[in-house]
Design a protein around this ligand. Structure first.
Ligand code: SAM
Ligand code: SF4
Ligand code: SF4
Length: 377
């Protein structure tokens, strides 16, 4: 008798595809005025502190790939908190004002509060504190909200894709109850991790019937609910355009029940388009990464768990800063290398997506991309 055929999904492991940056011979001190080839400054640094997660959201870490045999990064390859802080300092000197901790699930990283304390001591060249925030699935938030706040975290963004318990459990694919995430949100509110944002990834046919229930739930609270278009990140989620519900349709559905009006962005480069309920019920946002690309204003860099710098969510190769950290380079030399990398940046994948041939997707043999759980959302 032969073994039954096993489903084999090819997955090129791009985590190891990286280049060690050149360190320029002449290191000019960072001016905070760095800009890339499209004139975009560097303002926002997203740091992935772990590639592990206790959820298996199908759009991010499908359980058939991220199973018990999946090789997560070994502890020795992770950046230490000291290494992360050293790099964060370099990025701040180049103009970064906001740091978002992410993952994987960042609250799974042990003693994360210590890292937050270290980052909270950094200041911008103008002497201002950094805006430090974190994106979490909320599963450990009820337990950790107070210690995170005490460590110096200012705000938190919680991902929540459904209010209905059965749909939520199905989407996280870990049978995790929605009530525990709601308790985490409550706890974050209580300790003043504000303004609190809740992100819902909308997947047509999977959870789009949860748009209105979530909107009703968070109206008249200080929580800003934001609807994110399902994106073609990574190479494993089997993304299809017909599973994307355009933000324009999200707004249409909401507007039919709760009339809305558009409001101005808080700052240039804000990813979410803001709307306000006309009856004073508060604010919502839509993030239209697929139907209305915002690459022109993208000032975000991403640092993977093991210290690779990615210039775009859809990149297939990172720049190995850990090699510099663990080599004999000074902070000035590392800053010069980071400056040169940013100056050479021309990434604008989402703007080009529509013009790409259908076979350009990873599923059709096109260029592979790193996973979002690896470089952080
Ligand atoms: N585990 C944390 C969480 O879920 O909040 C942080 C990491 S997660 C990768 C960061 C964000 O990326 C989450 O809000 C998640 O919903 C979003 N995300 C992951 N895959 C996505 C996809 N294919 N399209 C749109 N957003 C996605
Ligand atoms: Fe985990 Fe967040 Fe990815 Fe869901 S979206 S699998 S919670 S990292
Ligand atoms: Fe930024 Fe890349 Fe997203 Fe465009 S596609 S907004 S460049 S991360």
């Amino acid at each position: 008798m032969t073994d039954s055929p096993r489903k084999i999904i090819p997955l090129a492991d791009l985590r190891y595809a990286s280049r060690v940056p050149q360190v320029p011979a002449q290191a000019a001190a960072p001016s905070g005025l760095l800009s890339d080839m499209l004139g975009r400054p560097l303002r926002d640094l997203r740091i992935s502190v772990t590639d592990r997660c206790n959820f298996r959201c199908n759009y991010c870490m499908p359980s058939e790939i991220f199973d018990k045999d999946y090789a997560f990064l070994p502890q020795s390859s992770l950046l230490s908190f000291e290494e992360i802080t050293r790099l964060a300092k370099v990025f701040v000197a180049h103009g970064v004002e906001k740091i978002r901790l992410t993952g994987g699930e960042p609250l799974l990283r042990r003693h994360l509060e210590r890292l937050i304390e270290m980052l909270a001591r950094l200041q911008t060249p103008a002497g201002k504190p950094l805006d430090i925030t974190l994106t979490t699935n909320g599963s450990l938030l009820a337990k950790k909200a107070q210690s995170l706040k005490d460590a110096g975290l200012r705000r938190v963004t919680v991902s929540l894709d459904a209010l209905d318990d059965a749909i939520f459990r199905r989407m996280n694919d870990a049978d995790f109850p929605v009530a525990s995430v709601l308790q985490g949100i409550e706890a974050a509110h209580k300790v003043g991790l504000a303004p609190l944002k809740v992100n819902m990834v909308v997947k047509r046919g999977t959870n789009d019937d949860q748009i209105l229930p979530l909107a009703r739930h968070f109206r008249h609270t200080d929580t800003v609910l934001r609807f994110i278009e399902y994106m073609d990140v990574g190479a494993t989620n089997g993304w299809r355009m017909d599973q994307v519900l355009p933000s324009a349709q999200v707004i249409e559905r909401l507007n039919a029940e709760f009339p809305l009006t558009a409001i101005d962005p808080n700052y240039s480069g804000e990813t979410a388009e803001r709307w306000r309920y006309l009856d004073g019920g508060g604010e919502i946002g839509v993030i239209s990464s697929v139907t209305q690309a915002f690459c022109g204003e993208c000032n975000r860099a991403r640092l993977s768990t093991e210290g690779k710098l990615f210039l775009c969510l859809f990149a297939s190769q990172g720049h190995d800063l850990r090699a510099l950290l663990r080599g004999s380079y000074s902070d000035e030399q590392i800053a010069a290398a980071v400056g040169a990398i940013w100056q050479g940046r021309s990434d604008r994948y989402s703007e080009l997506r529509a013009a790409l041939p259908p076979d350009a997707s990873p599923a059709s043999g096109g260029p592979k991309r790193v996973e979002m759980s690896y470089i952080g959302g």
